[in-house]
Write a protein that binds this ligand. Structure first.
Ligand SMILES: Cc1cc2nc3c(=O)[nH]c(=O)nc-3n(C[C@H](O)[C@H](O)[C@H](O)COP(=O)(O)OP(=O)(O)OC[C@H]3O[C@@H](n4cnc5c(N)ncnc54)[C@H](O)[C@@H]3O)c2cc1C
Length: 424
């Protein structure tokens, strides 16, 4: 694998990118396209590539490269381009802080603490997993309870198996992928338990990771209690009522030595909070305009740090735009400000970006609150499109053309996802 080693670090850059995952690498290429000359990617891990390096399963790049790649292959393709474009990449280096004058404080075993000056910043720090504390599972605190993504790192990168009989709580994509991965390693996967009445993972993962391997998915069920002193020895699982409370009388015990949690990702936004960026409480990430610029001039954001993506291809598209905008900003070219605020309506949990403008095409990403079949997406009174179905686990993307907006003069545009006309 090409690793992108940096021989020396400049003291000034046009664009500095925090995080060398798929978002950071695509942002660097975008910045180069739009005129930035000195570009730096900083990543705290030993190698750039982000979460992709532990995702050795196929399923990446279907949109971007029109072929099915593994995570490391997808990362490699981007890293090769990044190196070809002479972007500086420094790994094993942590971005400690960024101040309002865009001084970036770095720390690493090789360079110590160093402050560099930059013309624009792109935040691409990714996300981390929610842990047991976030959902307060009753029971003891033995070893053997870990996050599915950490288990993935153990198995795929370090060669350790987390246990022999596993129960998975939560049907997020990482849990589904680990159900299959552990089964292939001869671990007994006793089932996936999901508190919601629908899965939180992509449909293709339910089919390819559970159905194809006869692993049961229990919807509207949860792990009500974890048992064991030093190590997990069993869990009590139970169905839940409409308020998500476990129905103890209907519960049963499953002997196991490991519980994997796949209960969601949290955007990694300590730096954003330090910078006092305006945040969206629904996404957990910064509020961004149609250029992926945050509430602070010159600070752009993209990828999982803004909102959690299910497909890496969307990360790369969004990040390229953030990088292009950062490149324009650093070279003194600014686009006119947005003039329309997007407002979430019926069955729309959030939109990214949060504002758009009437003068160009935009891709608006959104998530729904609940599944719906045969429905329509309505953009105020200016545009409507039929959708076969929507599902909270699958991000909806909508291209908004300037022609829809030519007669629109309000400051706010409401987006709704409604039943198809004629359906209740
Ligand atoms: C387990 C799993 C399976 C997936 N499977 C698929 C799939 O099959 N197909 C698909 O299309 N998508 C899949 N995805 C989704 C996709 O991989 C992610 O959406 C994508 O990796 C997010 O990219 P990112 O660059 O925003 O974040 P990340 O890949 O997380 O990269 C962020 C980087 O920033 C670094 N960083 C953070 N803070 C700092 C700091 N302060 N200083 C320096 N560096 C920092 C991190 O170390 C990391 O390297 C999967 C995701 C996961 C977690």
């Amino acid at each position: 694998m090409i690793t992108g080693k940096l021989s020396h670090l400049e003291s000034q850059y046009d664009v500095t990118i925090v995080g060398g995952g798929p978002a950071g690498m695509a942002a660097a290429l975008g910045a180069r396209e739009n005129g930035a000359e000195r570009i730096l990617i900083v990543d705290r891990e030993k190698e750039p590539g982000g979460i992709l390096l532990q995702c050795i399963h196929p399923g990446f790049g279907l949109h971007t490269f029109k072929e099915e790649l593994t995570g490391p292959e997808y990362a490699q393709r981007y890293l090769e381009k990044v190196i070809e474009e002479h972007v500086d990449v420094i790994s094993d280096t942590y971005v400690l802080d960024i101040d309002r004058e865009l001084n970036v404080k770095l720390m690493s075993p090789t360079i110590g603490v160093k402050i560099i000056k930059t013309g624009a910043v792109v935040l691409a720090m990714g996300a981390r997993e929610r842990t047991r504390g976030a959902i307060r599972i009753a029971g003891t605190r033995p070893s053997g309870v870990l996050n599915a993504g950490l288990a993935q790192k153990f198995v795929n990168m370090m060669g350790y198996l987390p246990g022999k009989r596993v129960v998975i709580l939560g049907s997020g994509d990482i849990g589904l992928i680990m159900a299959r991965r552990l089964t292939l390693e001869s671990v007994e996967v006793m089932g996936v338990f999901e508190i919601m009445p629908y899965s939180n993972g992509l449909n293709r993962n339910i089919v390819q990771c559970l159905h194809d391997f006869d692993i049961p998915l229990h919807l509207s069920h949860t792990v009500a209690e974890i048992h064991g002193r030093d190590r997990v020895n069993k869990v009590t699982v139970a169905p839940v009522d409409e308020k998500f409370r476990p129905l103890a009388s209907k519960g049963w015990d499953i002997p196991c030595d490991t519980v994997l949690l796949s209960i969601g990702l949290i955007p990694e936004n300590e730096l954003s909070r330090h910078l006092n960026l305006r945040m969206d409480p629904t996404t957990g990430g910064p509020v961004v305009n149609s250029q992926m610029e945050t509430s602070k001039d010159g600070i752009f954001a993209c990828g999982n740090v803004v909102h959690i993506h299910d497909l890496v291809d969307f990360v790369s598209t969004e990040a390229r735009l953030a990088g292009q905008s950062a490149g324009e900003y650093a070279t003194g070219h600014r686009r006119p400000a947005d003039n329309i605020r997007l407002v979430t309506g019926e069955n729309v949990a959030y939109t990214v970006p949060h504002t758009i403008s009437t003068d160009r095409e935009h891709t608006v990403y959104m998530r729904t609150r609940k599944p719906m079949e045969s429905c329509r997406i309505r953009l105020g009174s200016v545009y409507e499109k039929k959708l076969r179905y929507v599902f909270p686990a699958e991000m909806v993307s909508l291209k908004v053309q300037p022609k829809f907006l030519q007669d629109f003069h309000d400051e706010q545009l409401r987006i709704d996802i409604l039943p198809a006309e004629g359906e209740a």
